[in-house]
Design a protein around this ligand. Sequence first.
Ligand code: IPE
Ligand code: IPE
Ligand code: MG
Length: 255
Amino acid sequence: MNERNRSEEYWLAKARAGRIPVHVGIIMDGNGRWAQSRGLKRHEGHRAGVQTIRRCIPAVLELGIRHCTLFVFSTENWKRPQEEIQFLFKLILDYCRDHKDELIENGVQVVPIGRWRELPASVVRAVESVVRDTTDGSRLQLHLAINYGGRQEILDAAVELAKRLVSAGQVDFEHVTQEDFAGCLYTKGVPDPDLIIRTSGEKRLSNFLLWQGAYAELVFTDVLWPDFGPVDLYKSVVEYSSRSRRFGDVTEKRG
Ligand code: IPE
Ligand code: IPE
Ligand code: MG
């Protein structure tokens, strides 16, 4: 059979037979183009994109991936029309409220990253509520990057580290390590992403996990986010598994 027409079970088995990333980051792109190609408003693409998230979480769990970071709203997305921004905020609110039970049933713990507290109060409350109610989720940490920007995160970490050093009376800057710095990032304690997937054919990071993604394997797919599904996720993991990760060394390293 042609590889393209293989079933979901085939791709799941193939992905499982290889190396499974501990942490996968996803730049969910192409909602607007998906809608426009159907003669719909961009909003409809975002709405469909939420369904993709719901469809993909069980697939992430099937693979035993422990951390998944979804790029939900970037610090640059404030440049969009007000109406679109407000719609995106409403979708975040609705997702946190309406699908909380599904997240709990699936053993998912929601962990937001970014300057999400700067969103409207109703959205902040909905995020806080899903965070509070999913703290027992032990199968998957779902990191939602909301009002997230990698440069902002690095700047915030630099300020945080400086504050810590000053308050500890430490002026001996030479001994500051990368671990000290990483401990001030939004993602402190979370392993770096092994794999970053971007949909919609764009081949850039757009300010996503700049520090953490230093050695991530990048997989770009032309599939638009609303069309993405378990098979695309499994294929991305198969692709990841085929890469030789050397981390600067001359021989392949596990991980
Ligand atoms: C991704 O889809 C969703 C967000 C960035 C919030 P886009 O809205 O960027 O879709 P395109 O890139 O315009 O098709
Ligand atoms: C990246 O997508 C941000 C999110 C997916 C939330 P964008 O569509 O905003 O990125 P650019 O503008 O194409 O770089
Ligand atoms: Mg886009």
